[in-house]
Design a protein around this ligand. Structure first.
Ligand code: SAM
Length: 416
């Protein structure tokens, strides 16, 4: 979005029109646009408010009812921190006793809003002029927030108000660097995401410089962060919800709760505390199984945050089991244990993954359809389905295709 469109949206006419729109419905948008233009509204304004209406509807999933009073750009919304994560970040800053946080690359202001909501002063710095303008609007109800349109590097070091170490005003810094590659877009016109530290803006060097200047620094990074890149003494927490890893946050100094790698699994049930898995819960790499599991044994599949954090050893420790092969993540154990960061299945059959033998076994069982889970094998599941010549009728079975030791393995499983 350009600055002119941001200003158009913030004009009295823009705001009034946006507020007057009915709840967004994809199927009705075209007609609504025609009606508004026929009523004399400028085409650019109509396009801008309809886009906002669509983005607001989408934003509700991420930001709840806060979305209704906010303005968005498509990329800004895509990059905005979800409410439940922003709240967790802000709690960490508050628990560390910080009074003022510099949000260096604040985007549309989701993190800044959570920090201000917990009573902290925030200096929110944003390089993109249109995004900074919208952030100012989004944060208008928080008098403790000051939005500054600048490159974070140019706003560094901060002036005396927010200078590192100024007495009586404990200062923190938050960076959620953009992971988009300007100029490269996907089919939907959104800028493409990079998972490399080299592609961050502000840069990874700048993040580390800030952390050196302001001990209480936090940064949101890609879940693909390499373990070797984690700076000494920091905490790297991978957080997941509903099986999806949402972020890896790095914490320095007083924001560290548990140094090293941590997996945080947000649970669905309201009020349930997060499940935290740390290196202390883990047996290092943990044992590896001698071969295929036996029917009747249990197969555990760790949450993806645990996998990303490299903490499968916590699952072998919790179950007394062994990983089927180093790196695949599946753990087999003779007993059923409740593990809040893993799914449990009972193994009903296990055999080497050989197409003929598997096909014969599936036929004998009357299986016509498969749900395939695959990890640690370079194999095309659809091609295998074709080779197995299932007729689509009969029973459905969940199967796991993975490695046991170095050999491809086929496991039939049932959730328990
Ligand atoms: C991932 S977004 C931040 C999202 C934000 N945490 C939120 O929850 O809404 C990163 C933002 O940093 C901005 N940015 C990139 N490079 C910057 C720089 N050098 N200085 C300041 N802002 C920058 C981008 O324009 C983008 O809006």
């Amino acid at each position: 979005m350009d600055l002119a469109t941001a200003r158009l949206l913030l004009s009295n006419e823009g705001r009034a029109l946006l507020d007057a729109l009915p709840p967004y419905q994809e199927g009705a948008a075209l007609r609504l646009g025609e009606d508004l233009r026929a009523a004399g509204y400028d085409a650019a304004l109509v396009a801008a408010v309809l886009t906002q209406s669509r983005l607001r509807a989408r934003a509700r999933r991420k930001l709840g009812e806060f979305a209704d009073g906010m303005l968005f750009t498509p990329d800004g919304l895509e990059q905005a921190t979800r409410l439940e994560l922003a709240a967790r970040h802000a709690h960490r800053f508050r628990a560390a006793g910080l009074a003022h946080v510099l949000d260096l690359g604040c985007g549309l202001g989701a993190d800044a809003m959570a920090l201000a909501g917990l009573g902290m002063a925030v200096t929110a710095v944003e390089a993109d002029p249109a995004v900074a303008t919208l952030a100012e609007h989004n944060l208008r109800h928080f008098p403790s927030v000051r939005v500054q349109h600048a490159r974070a590097e140019d706003a560094w070091p901060p002036g005396p108000q927010g200078s590192p170490g100024s007495p009586g005003r404990p200062l923190g810094a938050w960076l959620d660097p953009a992971r988009r590659t300007p100029g490269l877009t996907d089919a939907a016109g959104r800028t493409r995401r990079t998972h490399s530290l080299a592609g961050l803006s502000p840069s990874w060097d700048f993040v580390q410089q800030v952390a050196a200047d302001v001990p209480a620094t936090g940064a949101k990074l890609s879940p693909a962060l390499a373990h070797s890149a984690i700076p000494a003494g920091t905490e790297a927490t991978w957080t997941s919800r509903e099986g999806e890893v949402l972020e890896c946050a790095l914490w320095w100094g007083p924001l560290v709760r548990t140094p090293g790698r941590v997996a945080c699994v947000i649970r669905d049930a309201p009020g349930s505390p997060d499940v935290l898995v740390t290196e202390a819960d883990s047996d290092g790499l943990g044992p590896v199984a001698a071969g295929l599991p036996s029917a009747g044994e249990f197969l555990y599949e760790p949450d993806r945050a645990v996998l990303r954090a490299g903490l499968v050893g916590a699952l072998t420790a919790a179950t007394g089991g062994a990983e089927l092969s180093h790196g695949v993540g599946y753990v087999v154990a003779p007993t059923a244990v409740v593990v809040p960061f893993a799914r449990r299945y009972v193994v009903t059959e296990a055999m080497p993954l050989q197409v003929k033998a598997v096909r014969a076994w599936l036929r004998a069982q009357g299986v016509g359809r498969l749900t395939i889970k695959k990890r640690g094998l370079d194999l095309d599941a659809d091609q295998l389905r074709r080779q197995l010549r299932l007729d689509g009728r009969g029973d459905e079975l969940t199967v796991v295709l993975t490695r046991a030791g170095v050999r491809p393995a086929f496991l039939a499983v049932e959730p328990v």
